[in-house]
Design a protein around this ligand. Structure first.
Ligand SMILES: [Zn+2]
Length: 211
């Protein structure tokens, strides 16, 4: 048991499945351990990509990115947010780190309000609202994400003490509340572009992100 007193808890095969996943990253094939997880309700599913340390580093505290899914950014490379750039930076860092883990949460789309409402909020942003005011105007929370499944995944993998790649203090707090010990925060440095400058400024000014 780690010093924090937190104990790893394995999930059974009803809630987790694993395979190997070869991915292409910067023109190179990288084979990662991939695990899929079923949350407590059927819409809540997640994926973990694991670059597991094989030598003495296997027991080291892992570097973890918990990434909220973003169809517009991650899949279509939208320039309105910084999701794709953060995902790319995380994948590069994690595949270069013995004991690197990326947890991907598709149900976190639009900070947890889903794709449809995210685009509704975008339409209001087109009229000049910022990302916080747009959510308020459509009657949705500014951030509806929860991290219970991410914490369960880390416990299933046996990693209850981690280094976390994030700029978001709320994510650190939520994971700690769910029983994960964050040893330190590793910043994700993304250069703003013309389309997301205002969005990043709002995250910094109104959502306390460390940007
Ligand atoms: Zn995004």
């Amino acid at each position: 048991m780690p010093a924090s007193g937190v104990q790893a808890k394995k999930l059974d095969t009803d809630r987790s499945a694993r395979t190997l996943l070869p991915i292409e990253l910067d023109g190179i094939e990288v084979v990662l351990e991939a695990r899929a997880y079923q949350g407590k309700d059927e819409h809540t599913q997640a994926m973990a990509l694991i670059n597991r340390g094989k030598g003495p580093e296997a027991g080291e505290v892992p570097l973890v990115r918990v990434h909220s899914g973003c169809v517009t950014g991650d899949i279509f490379h939208s320039l309105r947010c910084d999701c794709r750039a953060q995902l790319d930076a995380a994948l590069r860092r994690i595949t270069a780190t013995p004991n690197g883990i990326l947890i991907y949460l598709p149900y976190h789309e639009g900070r947890g309000i889903g794709l449809f409402k995210k685009i509704k909020a975008y339409a209001l942003q087109d009229q000049g609202r910022d990302t916080v005011d747009a959510n308020i105007e459509i009657g949705e929370p500014i951030d509806a994400r929860e991290y219970e499944l991410a914490a369960e995944i880390l416990q299933d993998l046996g990693f209850v003490r981690i280094h976390l790649m994030t700029n978001n203090p709320a994510k650190i707090e939520a994971l700690e509340d769910a029983g994960i010990e964050i040893i330190d925060r590793v910043p994700v440095v993304i250069r703003p572009g013309a389309h997301n400058e205002h969005y990043l400024e709002t995250k910094r000014r109104r959502m306390s992100h460390k940007l």
